[in-house]
Design a protein around this ligand. Structure first.
Ligand SMILES: Cc1cc2nc3c(=O)[nH]c(=O)nc-3n(C[C@H](O)[C@H](O)[C@H](O)COP(=O)(O)OP(=O)(O)OC[C@H]3O[C@@H](n4cnc5c(N)ncnc54)[C@H](O)[C@@H]3O)c2cc1C
Length: 425
């Protein structure tokens, strides 16, 4: 059996472990555009100077040999012939597969902004280790002490984490009214906004960049929707990532925003599977199709895809949005549906003081959303209540307790909650 995996990151690694748990002999070929395997979420720690490049691997050093892989590093899969079951690489190389897995991840979205040119020095995206390396060099070379981040979502905030460690003053601009709009409410956002202000940084809400000005191919300033101009030598564009489906454009593979897969992570083509940020699957809470571009989702999807590539019978039951960031010492974690109203049938429990905020959203006696700001201890347990769809009616009053934890859960539930299984952040 020949397995080919396109893209080498967390989804691929988990698929490989699954394949090898069932098939020790099959040949596994991996095509990796990047020159090494590393943990993508760690690039903000690298930017911050908290870890070194050789500390960013998330598997054992001998992974490729241990799992008997042939990895084509720094090679790009150019196209796929699904009829002949061939993957073409640049340089006329081709590989044939029996089973194919596409884990090409996401690519940054670049909005249409007047004056934007990809070659302008001082404009960065922030999704790869190379981005972090280039950014670090640029900051040092140009003695940057002020920067603009377009986008206050997960990647924008991760870039902020890295830049703040260099004491760079930030202006973070977002089209919504709050930071981390997918999983934060305005109140949670305010805790971080307050910290940013104390630091001399600023969150600019309900706004966006409409024009970029440069001179001699170097960034000079940006103009906002409200006509305000900000002089800056550094702009990070972090308005989101979109599934990297380029390789399957104009093929018979079905896509929407991402590659469409069933609960076995199987595409519409029999021997072709897909997992991670490139796919669109069911949201665990809403049951609607969506792209949930987070590490634990990619890990579980990869694991399920790998098992099914060998022996189709394992199901993926969906994931929900999740963010965990720490800005200027304020830690936060947020899951699921958090921006909902009581009038729509949700129960909302809140506990807060000046530096602490906890919000729990319940629907039909099940937790469907959580925000923790200032103290994220036991965040994982709330995540599991969502994932396990546990009926909380018998201990609802305990949910806001500072010491809420396993011991407070009814005995019967405790044995079902296996922490590692569900929260692999
Ligand atoms: C800055 C940052 C911080 C993050 N922090 C968190 C966090 O704290 N928590 C969390 O849950 N998630 C976080 N995420 C999201 C998380 O990193 C992703 O969900 C996860 O990496 C997705 O894994 P993946 O296997 O789908 O693909 P990716 O990690 O995106 O990797 C895909 C790989 O495929 C390669 N590739 C693409 N096309 C080809 C081709 N044609 N040929 C060969 N190779 C190809 C790409 O170069 C890339 O190396 C963060 C992401 C970023 C960018």
């Amino acid at each position: 059996m020949n397995y080919i995996i396109i893209g080498y990151s967390v989804a691929a690694v988990n698929a490989i472990k699954s394949i090898r748990s069932l098939d020790s002999k099959g040949k596994i070929y991996v095509i990796s555009e990047e020159e090494k395997l590393y943990s993508r979420p760690l690039i903000s720690y690298y930017l911050a100077g908290k870890i070194k490049e050789d500390e960013m691997n998330f598997v054992e050093g001998n992974f490729d040999t241990k799992y008997n892989l042939k990895v084509y590093y720094s090679e790009v899969a150019k196209s796929i012939d699904f009829d002949k079951k061939l993957v073409y690489l640049y340089g006329n190389k081709k590989l044939s597969y029996d089973k194919l897995l596409i884990t090409t991840g996401g690519v940054p979205v670049i909005p249409d902004i007047k004056g934007y040119k990809s070659y302008i020095e001082g404009i960065f995206t922030f999704t790869k280790l190379d981005d972090a390396k280039n950014l670090l060099n640029y900051i040092k070379r140009n003695k940057i002490n002020q920067a603009v981040i377009l986008g206050g979502g997960l990647i924008g905030m991760k870039a902020a984490e890295g830049l703040l460690a260099h004491n760079i003053k930030l202006k973070i601009i977002d089209i919504t009214d709050r930071l981390l709009a997918n999983t934060f409410d305005k109140e949670a956002s305010c805790y971080i906004e307050k910290k940013l202000n104390q630091h001399g940084s600023e969150f600019i809400s309900n706004n966006t960049i409409v024009e970029i000005f440069s001179k001699n191919k170097k960034l000079e300033s940006v103009k906002l929707k409200d006509n305000k101009k900000i002089n800056t030598k550094l702009l990070i564009i972090a308005v989101g990532v979109k599934p990297n489906i380029e390789i399957v454009y104009n093929t018979k593979m079905k896509t929407n925003k991402g590659i469409l897969v069933d609960e076995f992570m199987n595409t519409n083509l029999d021997d072709v599977f897909s997992a991670g940020d490139v796919v669109e699957t069911k949201n665990f809470i809403t049951q609607e199709n969506s792209v949930i571009a987070i590490w634990p989702a990619a890990a579980v999807q990869g694991r399920v895809a790998g098992l099914n590539m060998v022996d189709k019978k394992f199901k993926y039951d969906g994931m929900f949005g999740m963010n965990s960031v720490e800005i200027l010492g304020v830690s936060s974690i947020s899951f699921g549906l958090t921006n909902v109203q009581q009038k729509d049938g949700f129960e909302i429990l809140v506990k807060k003081d000046s530096d602490y905020y906890k919000k729990i959203v319940i629907k039909d006696n099940k937790v469907v959303g959580v925000i923790l700001v200032g103290n994220i201890e036991r965040g994982g347990i709330y995540g599991m209540l969502i994932k396990q769809k546990i009926d909380v009616s018998s201990f609802k009053n305990e949910l806001l307790r500072d010491d809420f934890g396993f011991l407070i859960l009814p005995k019967d539930f405790r044995k079902h909650l296996v922490l590692k299984e569900y929260l692999e952040v």
